[in-house]
Design a protein around this ligand. Structure first.
Ligand SMILES: Nc1ncnc2c1ncn2[C@@H]1O[C@H](COP(=O)(O)OP(=O)(O)OP(=O)(O)O)[C@@H](O)[C@H]1O
Length: 297
């Protein structure tokens, strides 16, 4: 596969004074709303999970959509590996490069695929369109590798349509789709909020594994401070379009600067319940890993 054209010593993502202003109220109201209001942040070159946490309406999705180039910023800059994503700069990353470097995962996995195309064809088309298939193959090997990374086989998807999968399985397939170009960054907007509660931690754990094994960084957008706490290397808290708190999760929880963060932490007692669930999943995974070794011994 062609190496990604972004230098590995530069920050994966830099955002400077980013703003998005929408017209609020009716067509002639003249009122404006800053959905994102002067956000700056940096993801270093080190693979990491960077969470953006906030209540509904805090501006998380608008920020994610600007990173994904789905929404044009009103002002400010976004750079990927030191190169501009926005504006009219000469060295602006073009759309094709962008799709190889940055991949999205959305809330509703059923909207991520065509309902009329078997999933294997969809995934192979993705590999071909992104020109990541080796010259000698049709892309099936790249797709197989991506599916393996999320614990699925090619046979599981061959000839099947989205209606034949559960939401959790389909979300794993959309993670596999995102992995096809071997991206530097995945932007995941509320990726587990529509997934069955019992499967959420599996998906969250997948992000950790992918970060560690493939060196991919994640921007993880969520209203749920507890999964962000568990998963992240760095957390920012957003309120009314601004970053109001930032740091490593342990510091934010131990020493929240803002009353707003403390409010969000109201959800954290649930973390106590979740730890048992998280520990059980880890123990099950350890046991599964140990099985074949025992069998071989
Ligand atoms: N296209 C738009 N036109 C006008 N206002 C918008 C538009 N998109 C978002 N907004 C407003 O911008 C603010 C931030 O919305 P955004 O969806 O980014 O927040 P959020 O934190 O992701 O919330 P949610 O979790 O509910 O999606 C909200 O007040 C929203 O109503």
């Amino acid at each position: 596969m062609t190496p990604t054209p972004v230098p590995h010593d530069k920050p994966v993502l830099e955002i400077d004074a980013l703003r998005k202003v929408y017209r609020a109220g009716g067509l002639f109201s003249g009122k404006q709303l800053a959905a994102v209001d002067g956000v700056s942040l940096t993801l270093s070159s080190q693979p990491q999970v960077f969470s953006i946490v906030g209540e509904s309406g805090s501006g998380k999705t608008t920020l994610a959509r600007m990173i994904l180039r789905l929404v044009e910023p009103t002002s400010g800059e976004i750079r990927l590996g030191g190169r501009p994503l926005t504006g009219k700069h000469k060295d602006r990353i073009d759309d094709f490069e962008f799709r190889r470097l940055v991949q999205p995962i959305f809330q509703n996995p059923f909207e991520a695929f065509s309902a009329y195309l078997p999933l294997d064809s969809y995934l192979i088309n993705t590999a071909r369109n992104l020109k990541v298939a080796e010259k000698t193959t049709d892309g099936a090997d790249v797709v197989e590798d991506a599916l393996r990374s999320v614990g699925l086989s090619f046979d599981r998807v061959r000839g099947k349509y989205i209606r034949q999968f559960s939401g959790g399985e389909l979300q794993r397939i959309s993670i596999a789709r995102a992995l096809i170009p071997n991206p530097r960054l995945i932007v995941a907007d509320e990726p587990v909020s529509m997934v069955d509660a019992s499967l959420r931690m599996n998906i969250v754990n997948l992000f950790k594994t992918i970060k560690e094994e493939k060196g991919v960084s994640f921007v993880y957008i969520t209203h749920d401070l507890s999964t962000a706490y568990y998963l992240s290397d760095h957390v920012v808290i957003m309120n009314t379009g601004r970053i109001v708190d930032a740091g490593v999760p342990q510091d934010i929880l131990a020493n929240p600067r803002e009353a707003y963060t403390r409010e969000l932490m109201g959800a954290i007692p649930r973390l106590g319940e979740r730890w048992a669930e998280i520990e059980q999943i880890k123990a099950d995974a350890r046991e599964r890993d140990a099985e074949p070794r025992r069998a071989r011994a």
